[in-house]
Design a protein around this ligand. Structure first.
Ligand code: TYC
Length: 99
């Protein structure tokens, strides 16, 4: 029985495993720190301590990773952030990119 080449195994795995997408939040000067912490807890299921650490990371470094998901879940989270931010009048932006 012949063994499979590594690249064949790799392409078979890529067929089995859905692509993963990072969801990132971007810094701005107007969104309140508390609102970003709430978003991280309610949409990304972070603890208060994690949410606060991620928010401060975004505040200092301009963007931060909130989670890694399959396409539809990532897209839904981006839309949820946009809707809640719009409702509260904040310019907070979420983006996604392939992980
Ligand atoms: N920079 C904002 C402030 O000083 C806080 C903030 C953090 C805004 C993270 C957006 O994604 C963000 N109020």
């Amino acid at each position: 029985m012949s063994t499979k080449h590594e690249h064949e195994l790799e392409s078979e795995l890529s067929l089995m495993e859905p692509r993963q997408y990072k969801v990132l939040l971007l810094n701005d000067d107007y969104t309140s720190m508390d609102f970003v912490v709430e978003i991280l807890m309610n949409i990304f299921h972070k603890s208060y301590r994690e949410a606060e650490a991620i928010m401060l990371e975004i505040h200092r470094r301009e963007k931060g990773l909130c989670g890694i998901y399959t396409y539809e879940i990532a897209e839904t989270k981006v839309m949820q952030v946009r809707k809640l931010a719009r409702e509260q009048g904040y310019p907070l932006k979420a983006t996604m990119e392939e992980a």
